[in-house]
Design a protein around this ligand. Structure first.
Ligand code: PXP
Length: 240
């Protein structure tokens, strides 16, 4: 059964809309754990639009499951990560003008820069995952860097209309998953996954971790955070 990583960024998005103290992502993380989360994921963005340094520091002390920090290949946040030591870092591309992470890292082009960052994270005991499109060229570059894991970007699958278009995107994810496994890396996936589209991705062979944020936070507004996580956890375990 894949593990469920619950991304709590958008709890902080609501807080930052008023620059106040509520809702607190630290509370949300505790409720996510009660709902069955296997991992708490957060993205410390350069522009600090949602998660703040304070959140990361407190969550490092309070989260009892895996703590996964998403971050760009940037020196400021690298220093913070090496100090706080989350269990896992997922390296993602970051652009200030984007609404959310729009595509995977271009690791085929940025291999040298990433290699140094990966080594520094691994030196302090942090496991590294790379957020990549299901593109064989990118996966080969990741394998050459010998990273522990690759998180496949599921955004194209999530945006495709149901039927042939979605089937084609799922096939790309399945084939990419096979390459990742053959290279000895662990398979993760995320982005745009919802209560309606998650099961086919959860059923991909050897899927180890799914990171899901927006859809869980949206449902939590209606049913509460713990319940929303519990419902997603059930779907992730159920498969197709
Ligand atoms: N995985 C990565 C690497 C991401 O950047 C994000 C978005 O922050 C997610 C998963 C979660 O995406 P969503 O909020 O669409 O579920």
């Amino acid at each position: 059964m894949p593990e469920l990583g619950v991304n709590i960024d958008h709890i902080a998005t609501v807080r930052q809309a008023r620059k106040t103290f509520e809702p607190d992502p630290v509370w949300a993380a505790a409720l996510a754990e009660l709902g069955g989360a296997d991992c708490i994921t957060l993205h410390l963005r350069e522009d600090r639009r949602h998660i703040q340094d304070r959140d990361l520091h407190i969550l490092r002390q309070t989260v009892t499951c895996k703590l996964n920090l998403e971050m760009a290949c940037a020196s400021e946040v690298l220093t913070i990560a090496c100090d706080v030591k989350p269990d896992q870092v997922t390296l993602v591309p970051e652009r200030r003008e984007e609404v959310t992470t729009e595509g995977g890292l271009d690791i085929a082009a940025q291999g040298h820069k990433a290699a140094d960052i990966i080594r520094r994270l691994e030196d302090v005991g942090i496991s590294v995952s790379l957020f990549l499109d299901p593109d064989p060229r990118q996966l080969e570059a990741a394998a050459a860097l010998k990273v522990a894991a690759v998180e496949l970007h599921t955004g194209q699958y999530a945006m495709a209309s149901r039927g042939k278009a979605q089937d084609a995107e799922l096939l790309k994810l399945q084939q990419a998953g096979k390459l990742i496994r053959q290279a000895g890396m662990t398979l993760h996936a995320g982005h745009g996954l919802t209560y309606h589209n998650v099961r086919r991705v959860a059923a991909i062979e050897n899927m180890h971790e799914l990171n899901i944020g927006h859809s869980i936070v949206a449902r939590a507004l209606m049913v509460g955070f713990e319940q929303a996580v519990r419902e997603m956890k059930r779907l992730v375990g159920y498969g197709v």
